[in-house]
Design a protein around this ligand. Structure first.
Ligand SMILES: Cc1cc2nc3c(=O)[nH]c(=O)nc-3n(C[C@H](O)[C@H](O)[C@H](O)COP(=O)(O)OP(=O)(O)OC[C@H]3O[C@@H](n4cnc5c(N)ncnc54)[C@H](O)[C@@H]3O)c2cc1C
Length: 577
């Protein structure tokens, strides 16, 4: 008997849950496993830094259970019933492409497309498109995926799955740009508007007005709550909730597609899944990323998702707004100086290897991290601006005067005129901290670069004169990657790769692609690939239809060429010059 891992259960078991789920069609209320989950239990875990001393600083809260406030996995009593052929959960790039292509290739099929938010698009609204390239041959695709897999910077988990993305890319992109008319910006690497908002808007407009999508029932404020199953390898539909009226409805369907995104707006669940103390270290970011899809598959033969990867990105000072110039100056600069709770630096703060990650896992693994700046950096920020790559996302001003005038009443910023006082205020071991800062200052003043971790001399800036400021660093949880296991047909599979009939998943909710180190990503193209692939498999395998050979239009996408990571524009792939 399978039980969702880590969920404390009292008085009910998986078998009674399944029995209840199978009876849903008859309007019988099921016994709920999820309802038996205990409330959050926090475990305080003091963590020491590399030097062993903890000073006054403490760290680490790990969530060992999850309260499940939305009752995902709970079957609610209802007599409302609807029938569709396909239910697509989520309206990001994955869900939109799946619903639209299904409707195009199976015009008679009734498709329900839902999103729990009041607007469509999820994190796709925030994402840039990247890497518009033609398809590769299978051999090229496999070789490129293996190369990416070998590159520690890229952190890919399943090269075989990713090879399918590369091999299908020209077709997926032809459907997306040419057939659906999604527009690129003038630089040809990004969405028009420099994020996915216009793309989402355009696709939703087509669903609402184009007769080709007349059979797509598009509903916002509608949350998928639990999968309906006849046994743990067979999904027969999904229970949904109208979040405005709070009414539940059981929807019977031949196929359910989970395109529910990540877990970055549900830090408690993320901590529960990963064992990482992200809750008091991270800022929630994005839209609708609560891990609902991950939780729903717990109640099938898929069981627990073993690999959910947090993607901490930009840094902020604890409890300060993303748009705060002072927070940006203290937390986000490549010329910053970070120490852990032992008062010691632990890496090159400019993260020269990554494209973006001001916060990466070396920082997340520390107990607590503090950024220290002196008057010199304050002046440099105000005169030269930020050297943080994320700066433009948040439109941060460079004038610090207003925030500095109120800094004494800011509980999140420590200010002192000496390094000793600063260490004491923060609660760091004074001697270790002062010694560390003096080493750094000597390097910075010599102008030869950082002798401890090799930071570039231009970014090794002396703290200079007092006052000195410090803030505890939190990360912005930009998104998560991975989770639900799928096969190359986007079917959700059990741990032995046996497919769960009627259940599909895609986008950043699934495993196989990016992991914790998000380096400018493949997420949009993975979402597009999995949406299109699931649609094609659903049409043929679940609806008994046939997908047209030219489902993507008359011609594969064959340009422009680009490499987002290397920023090498208009460079053809080998063999395609
Ligand atoms: C600032 C930022 C920049 C980014 N830049 C890039 C980039 O340049 N390139 C790139 O490839 N990726 C980028 N990303 C990653 C981006 O998240 C993904 O590319 C993409 O959005 C994933 O698509 P998706 O369809 O899987 O999920 P999403 O687009 O997040 O869509 C998931 C949807 O599911 C809905 N949902 C969740 N649970 C339920 C439920 N129970 N019932 C109903 N609806 C539900 C959510 O509300 C959401 O609308 C960026 C992300 C952020 C935050």
């Amino acid at each position: 008997m399978r039980k969702p891992e880590g969920f404390k259960q009292t008085g009910t078991d998986r078998r009674s849950f399944l029995k209840g789920a199978a009876l849903i069609g008859a309007g019988v209320a099921a016994t709920s496993v999820a309802a038996a989950c205990t409330p959050d239990a926090k475990t305080e875990e003091p963590t020491t830094g590399t030097g062993g001393g903890t000073g006054g600083a403490t760290a680490g809260t790990k969530y060992t259970t999850y309260s499940n406030p939305d009752e995902i996995g709970t079957v609610h009593e209802t007599s409302n019933e609807e029938t569709f052929d396909v239910v697509v959960v989520g309206t990001g790039v994955t869900g939109l492409s799946c619903a639209m292509l299904t409707a195009e290739q199976a015009p008679d099929a009734k498709v329900l497309l839902i999103d729990k938010m009041g607007g469509p698009g999820g994190n796709t609204n925030l994402a840039e498109l990247n890497g518009p390239v033609p398809s590769m041959t299978w051999d090229e695709a496999l070789a490129a995926a293996m190369e990416r897999n070998d590159d520690v910077e890229m952190d890919l988990t399943d090269p075989f799955l990713y090879a399918h993305v590369l091999a299908d890319k020209g077709k997926d992109l032809a459907w997306f740009y040419t057939e659906r008319g999604v527009e690129l910006a003038d630089d040809l690497l990004f969405y028009k508007g420099h994020n996915g908002t216009l793309a989402v808007k355009g696709l939703v407009e087509q669903i609402e007005t184009d007769p080709a999508y007349a059979n797509v029932d598009y509903r916002l404020n509608t949350q998928a709550i639990t999968l309906l199953t006849s046994d743990e390898h067979t999904v027969t539909g999904v229970q949904i909730k109208n979040t405005t009226s709070e009414e539940y409805t059981n929807v019977t369907a031949k196929a359910v597609m989970l395109a529910t995104g990540g877990m970055g707006t549900n830090l408690e669940l993320l901590s529960f899944y990963t064992g990482e103390d992200v809750v008091e270290k991270s800022v929630k970011f994005g839209q609708g990323q609560d891990g609902d899809g991950h939780l729903m598959v717990e109640y099938t033969a898929h069981g627990h998702s073993k690999s959910v990867d947090p993607t901490p990105m930009w840094a902020v000072v604890k409890d300060m707004a993303l748009e705060s110039a002072l927070s940006c100056c203290i937390a986000m600069q490549k010329s910053g100086l970070y120490v852990n709770q032992a008062g010691l630096r632990f890496h090159d703060e400019s993260f020269p290897k990554g494209a973006y990650p001001e916060v990466d896992h070396s920082m997340m693994q520390q107990g607590r991290v503090f950024s220290i700046v002196g008057q010199n950096m304050i002046d440099q920020f105000q005169t030269e601006g930020s050297n943080a790559p994320a700066f433009y996302y948040f439109q941060v001003p460079t004038d610090l005067s207003e925030e500095l005038a109120q800094v004494d009443s800011n509980p999140n910023i420590y200010v002192a005129d000496t390094f000793e006082d600063l260490a004491e205020k923060i609660g760091l071991p004074v001697d270790a901290f002062v010694e560390q800062i003096n080493r750094y200052e000597a390097d910075a003043k010599a102008g030869t670069g950082d002798s401890e971790f090799g930071k570039d001399a231009r970014l090794t800036v002396p703290l200079g004169d007092p006052p000195y400021y410090a803030g505890e660093i939190w990360s912005i949880m930009m998104q998560t990657n991975s989770g639900i296991r799928i096969n190359t047909d986007c079917q959700v599979v059990d741990p032995y790769y046996v497919p769960i009939a009627g259940l599909y998943a895609g986008g950043i909710a699934v495993s196989g692609f990016n992991t914790s180190r998000y380096t400018g990503g493949t997420s949009q193209s993975v979402g597009l690939w999995s949406g299109c692939k699931a649609a094609r498999v659903i049409v043929e395998n679940e609806l008994g239809g046939t997908v047209a050979d030219d489902w993507y239009g008359p011609k594969e996408y064959d340009g422009p060429y680009g490499d987002f990571m290397g920023m090498e524009l208009l460079k053809p792939l080998p063999g395609q010059e």
